[in-house]
Design a protein around this ligand. Structure first.
Ligand code: ADP
Ligand code: MG
Length: 569
């Protein structure tokens, strides 16, 4: 065929395909979840596009996914009447991986199948999972609104190349046929497939239809009617109501977890969730999830973030960023508003006052959910913190209104444990403060060991006063925005002249005596270091080290300086 074109997969796509086939083998049934999830996404997209152009529906507005199995042919076909794809889109979406962070992800793989399968899960499994069970996949698709002759077939054996060619398609949407491998023929079995769909796709809002099981042979007298042609009858296998519209008591944990996997493209179950229906001035339903693991691109500026937005149960957009602040960018979920117009755009969202109100309510929900997690027994919160703590530390700078709430959620390393794990809360610190101690002391350094061994800590260790040990990149930034906690102000131990309220009269006398004795030395040193330092001072703060550098009260912190220098300032 002159119109058939053979193309190579993008290198990253090829690598991912290979990995998928080889490390997800033990959970191969997930391919069905992925393909149904894509079908449902495609229907959501069409439903949205049809809001402004009804002609796209071609007079057929009953959305559904259909699954057909053929035991003889050893195939399973997943069809949808969603938005479909044109030739260009097929090549782009099924031949390349556009996701940011793909290269970094592939580099992080270890070669250990078990570990890698977890990582792939986090990355998102997607369409290529079809090749876990199939050695040939055929995608026949046509974009909604285009003519039947615009249909395209994409075909591949899941190795290094795929082909595309035109083929007429009367109905809009996509039909994906999997030619099953010998060891996966179970997926051509009606009963087996039904149970997988029940398990993974109950929460999908469109019906997933399968052929009704053939009824037992009818009694003879009824069979005589020769005019009746057997029209295959289909029935919905899943529940097919949008999960968030159901009441909390009706939804099982498994369903919440599966729904999370569908919207987040995550492989693992979420750490926790919060499902709420709000009535009153603004009416909306939200279902928010905290993932277990940080995504690969959490530090990438264009990482996918935000909630899935619905208006009166109609899907409007993915990644609606306006509903949560940046420091909660790891939260996944759905918000379904009753008040926003169906034709709402990103621009409109930015100006809507109801969106601001929802954003602050949703922010509180997430912070409360985290507060609850922190109170839970065990190490749940510790695990959360090690994945997302650094992002949460951006909170006090971004969200003045919730500073206090966020501060309670922060965790630090401190001289109390002298361990690198960040597991001490400010409340813990305050409860251990010494009598007369008015400040919360901290030191910032470029890494944990430097912080822990800072000469500035000597006097504190001697007096048994706890100091927070900060060494994350964001810590200087964070501390610039933390004025006080529980009425106690924060004090960088490397800044200015340090007066400890716990200093006794004796300490003070000693300091004075020391200053007198060292007068000559201090003068000489100040001369030598004239252009390098602002001042030389004798101190009783050091017990082991001969000298240390101190930053002025209003100067930039040492770490901030490094960041500015790295940025070329
Ligand atoms: P993801 O769903 O995370 O985007 P997938 O690998 O599952 O990634 O799918 C890749 C892309 O292929 C989708 O984003 C979509 O553009 C396209 N696609 C897959 N399945 C369908 C379908 N049934 N209908 C229309 N487009 C689809
Ligand atoms: Mg997908």
């Amino acid at each position: 065929d002159a119109n058939k074109e053979t193309l190579g997969f993008q290198t990253e796509a090829k690598q991912l395909l290979h990995l998928m086939i080889h490390s997800l083998y033990s959970s191969k049934e997930i391919f069905l979840r992925e393909l149904i999830s894509n079908a449902s996404d495609a229907i959501d997209k069409l439903r949205f596009a049809a809001l402004s152009d009804e002609s796209l529906l071609e007079g057929q507005g009953d959305y559904q996914v259909q699954v057909d199995v053929d035991k003889e042919a050893k195939t399973i076909t997943i069809s949808d009447n969603g938005v479909g794809m044109n030739r260009e889109e097929v090549v782009e979406h099924l031949g390349t991986i556009a996701k940011s962070g793909t290269a970094a992800f592939l580099e992080s793989l270890t070669g250990d199948q078990q570990k890698d399968s977890q990582l792939i899960g986090q990355f998102g499994v997607g369409f290529y999972s079809a090749f876990i069970v199939a050695d040939r996949v055929e995608v026949h698709t046509r974009k909604a609104g285009s003519s039947a002759d615009q249909g395209v077939v994409w075909e591949s054996h899941g190795e290094s190349e795929f082909s595309v060619e035109p083929r007429e398609k009367v109905s809009r949407g996509t039909s994906i046929t999997l030619f099953l491998k010998e060891d996966s023929e179970e997926f051509a079995d009606d009963f087996r497939v039904r149970s997988v769909i029940k398990k993974y796709s109950d929460h999908i809002a469109v019906p997933v239809m399968m052929l009704k099981p053939t009824p037992p042979p009818a009694a003879e007298e009824e069979e005589s009617d020769e005019d009746v042609v057997d029209v295959p009858e289909y029935e919905a296998v899943n529940e097919a109501t949008a999960l968030w519209t159901r009441s909390r008591t009706e939804v099982s944990d498994e369903e919440y977890e599966e729904f999370y996997k569908h919207i987040s493209h995550d492989f693992e179950a979420p750490r926790s969730w919060s499902h709420n229906k709000v009535e009153g001035k603004f009416e909306y339903t939200s279902l928010l999830y905290i993932p277990q693991k940080a995504p690969f691109d959490m530090w990438n500026r264009d990482m996918a973030r935000g909630l899935k937005l619905y208006v009166q149960r109609t899907f409007i957009m993915d990644e609606a960023e306006q509903f949560l602040p940046l420091y909660l960018r790891f939260v996944k979920g759905v918000v379904d508003s009753n008040d926003l117009p169906l034709n709402v755009s990103r621009e409109i969202l930015q100006q809507e006052s109801s969106v601001d109100a929802m954003r602050s309510a949703l922010t509180k929900r997430v912070l409360d959910m985290l507060g609850k997690l922190a109170k839970k027994e065990g190490d749940e919160y510790g695990q959360f913190w090690s994945e997302f703590g650094q992002v949460l530390k951006e909170g006090p700078a971004e969200d003045f209104a919730n500073k206090e709430k966020i501060a309670r959620l922060l965790r630090f390393s401190s001289t109390h444990t002298d361990a690198e794990a960040q597991d001490q809360s400010l409340e813990d610190y305050v409860s251990r403060m010494q009598e007369g101690q008015e400040k919360i002391f901290y030191v910032v350094a470029e890494n944990f060991n430097t912080a822990k061994n800072s000469p500035h800590l000597e006097v504190f260790r001697k007096k048994g006063i706890e100091v927070l040990l900060l060494s994350d990149r964001v810590d200087d930034w964070l501390m610039n925005h933390m004025q006080d906690f529980d009425g106690k102000s924060f004090q960088d131990v490397a800044r200015g002249a340090l007066e400890l309220a716990t200093d006794s009269e004796e300490d003070k006398a000693e300091q004075e005596k020391l200053q007198k004795e060292a007068e000559g030395l201090v003068e000489r040193m100040a001369k030598v270091l004239e252009d390098k330092v602002a001042e030389v001072r004798a101190t009783a703060r050091l017990t082991d080290s001969p000298a240390c550098l101190v930053v002025g009260d209003y100067d930039m912190g040492a770490q901030m300086k490094r960041i500015m220098e790295a940025a070329g300032q």
